[in-house]
Design a protein around this ligand. Structure first.
Ligand SMILES: Cc1cc2nc3c(=O)[nH]c(=O)nc-3n(C[C@H](O)[C@H](O)[C@H](O)COP(=O)(O)OP(=O)(O)OC[C@H]3O[C@@H](n4cnc5c(N)ncnc54)[C@H](O)[C@@H]3O)c2cc1C
Length: 310
């Protein structure tokens, strides 16, 4: 048998989450195939073939795959599912949209958000916002899995030499239509892929102050900007910057939290960062319990000083 990874891509290149998912797939079953379904997605299929550890790329092309609509993607996965012992998706918005449809149609239990593969049928996944780790064993013949990408190193994007096979596209389900997308444009690194993140909390007090204080630090460090939910809800930072249980899960090399208390729901999104720096004027703030470096200070003084010193 083999493991099948459903690639995330933009029809030209492979998105980083796919690389972490390949690593998880290799831990499940040495023989890894990648499905690239898209429109004129030959370049993405070729890129997938370069990923180290991938044995075969299945390339499916059709206009109805251009935007990865979940109904069409699920139908395509189901058409080839019987050949696989494991079907893995990154636990991204897209993967989480497709995987349950596949699991339901196969009548198997979905294994969500795994952070470790103990054996081909046993997996670890965080529960209670990361406060406990559940070990889950599945006796299903096909294991449909979503992968928490921060739990696995990225497979090398080059060095592989997989074969690329074209497969018959399934028909358009007609159940959904792509209407359009509004994509935030930023010169900064994408939050979930960033090596350095600086995040601001409610303490910033306004969107203007958030920008005035946090942006220079992010610029100096070449960092992505993040925020607590309180900062997002108050309109200090855009929605897609939210880090945490109901935001993005990140694991950068360096995470700087300024004016963030460290509520359990925020920690759930960032406590796997390699080095955590917290700036908070309250010595009792829970963020200090996970911080490698804690600075008890007024952020409005400390952050500009830090920027000046960098
Ligand atoms: C179901 C659910 C899901 C949630 N999901 C998320 C999530 O995904 N992400 C998330 O972040 N939250 C989430 N929350 C909200 C979470 O519980 C907290 O309310 C939120 O994280 C608090 O944000 P904060 O730390 O910015 O604000 P606060 O808790 O108000 O903390 C502000 C901090 O700033 C410090 N401070 C104030 N002034 C200064 C200053 N001048 N200099 C330095 N420090 C200062 C204070 O000491 C305090 O520690 C969720 C809550 C629920 C119930």
């Amino acid at each position: 048998m083999a493991a099948l990874v459903i690639a995330e891509h933009d029809n030209a290149s492979i998105k980083p989450a796919t690389l972490n998912t390949v690593t998880a797939a290799i831990a499940c079953e040495g023989n890894v195939h990648v499905l690239v379904a898209g429109l004129n997605a030959g370049a993405a299929a070729q890129a997938a073939a370069q990923i180290a550890g991938v044995a075969k790329v299945i390339h499916v092309d059709g206009a109805h795959f251009e935007h990865g609509l979940a109904e069409n993607m699920a139908a395509q996965v189901l058409a080839i599912a019987a050949s696989y012992s494991h079907i893995l998706f990154p636990a991204t918005a897209s993967g989480k949209n497709i995987a349950p449809r596949v699991a339901a149609k196969l009548d198997v239990g979905q294994i969500s958000d795994i952070t470790r593969v103990d054996s081909p049928d046993t997996f670890e996944r965080p529960i209670y916002a990361g406060n406990a780790i559940a070990t889950v064993q599945s006796t299903d013949a096909i294991r449909v899995i979503t992968v928490r990408t921060t739990g696995f190193d990225a497979a090398a994007a080059s060095g592989g030499s997989a074969s690329v096979e074209s497969a018959q596209p399934q028909r358009d389900s007609g159940k959904s239509t792509f209407m359009g997308s509004e994509i935030a444009k930023s010169d900064r690194p994408e939050l979930t892929a960033a090596k350095v993140i600086v995040s601001g909390g409610r303490a910033l007090g306004s969107a203007e102050k958030f920008n005035e204080v946090m942006t220079p630090l992010a610029d100096k460090l070449g960092a992505a900007l993040g925020a607590s939910r309180a900062a997002v809800d108050a309109g200090y930072a855009p929605n897609d910057w939210q880090v945490g249980q109901t935001g993005k899960i990140v694991a950068p090399q360096l995470y700087v939290a300024a004016g963030i208390s460290g509520a359990i729901q925020h920690l759930a999104g960032m406590k796997d960062a390699k080095v955590i720096v917290a700036i908070n004027k309250d010595p009792e703030a829970p963020i200090f319990s996970v911080a490698d470096y804690g600075l008890e200070a007024d952020l409005f003084a400390a952050v500009p000083e830090l920027v000046a010193a960098l």
